[in-house]
Design a protein around this ligand. Structure first.
Ligand code: NI
Length: 257
């Protein structure tokens, strides 16, 4: 049996905790059989470890988001170094560069990005990359660091040309709500230009809900809208796209689906 995978969810977010089971059930109803959850701090990790005991199809990743770096303590870093060795942590993320709101600590961002890429390489796990208004720096650092397992460019918003370069150095490209927006151009060009083996779908929930839920609070079950949209674009049936993404997911994260 094939199903959809949400490769980037913030299910650990407070927005989901009060009514968590209903979000889980809606995933089951929408044939979303696997969700990769970003844990951005210790609290989120512990919350998700609790849910994973009951719902083993939740996969967990751990890493420090570029917007959170300035408040981190030495202890936070020590904790991350330990938790990435935990077999329940399948990837390091989300990590990366974000120059959109604040460029006053770009050097710190780069240093923390490199540090977390090296950590991923040490434990031989893939990385989940956030890049906003920082595509060239992100590419240069990824190329130089050469993480063996590669990873995913989450919510990819660069050009189709640049996408080819990311694929060449071992990265998949993931698309969420913006792919389905009427006015989006670059994501559609990139999906059209990229082999299905290099594409994933995601929600980035609770933000950026896809059409027809645009404007509402996003949730992982909505990833099926992105998958249906992508299957139509690639002119394949949904099962074919699901199967390819499941195979790629197994290879990348070393999990058995
Ligand atoms: Ni995210």
């Amino acid at each position: 049996m094939t199903y959809w995978i949400d490769t980037h969810s913030h299910f650990a977010d407070e927005a989901f905790q009060d009514d968590f089971l209903s979000y889980i059930h809606r995933c089951e109803e929408a044939n979303v059989g696997r969700v990769l959850v970003m844990c951005m701090n210790r609290t989120e990790w512990e919350t998700m470890i609790g849910w994973k005991k009951e719902y083993d199809w939740l996969d967990l990743a751990c890493g420090y988001h570029p917007e959170d770096l300035q408040k981190l303590t030495e202890e936070d870093w020590k904790w991350l170094e330990e938790v990435v060795s935990d077999p329940r942590c399948v990837a390091i993320g989300e990590i990366g560069l974000d120059y959109h709101w604040d460029t006053s600590y770009n050097d710190l961002q780069k240093a923390c990005f490199i540090k977390q890429l090296q950590l991923a390489d040490t434990v031989n796990k893939p990385v989940l990359i956030h890049a906003r208004d920082a595509m060239q720096d992100t590419y240069d650092i990824l190329k130089a660091q050469n993480v063996k397992k590669g990873g995913i460019m989450h919510c990819y918003g660069g050009s189709a040309e640049m996408a080819r370069e990311f694929v060449k150095i071992g990265y998949h490209l993931a698309f969420g709500g913006p792919l389905t927006f009427k006015n989006s151009v670059k994501p559609k060009e990139t999906v059209a230009d990229t082999a299905m083996e290099n594409l994933f779908i995601e929600t980035d929930c609770p933000y950026m809900a896809p059409v027809p839920m645009r404007g509402k609070q996003n949730e992982s079950s909505y990833v099926h809208y992105v998958g249906e949209f992508m299957a139509q674009m690639k002119n394949v049936d949904e099962e074919t796209l699901q199967k390819i993404q499941m195979e790629q997911y197994e290879l990348l994260f070393g999990v058995k689906l």
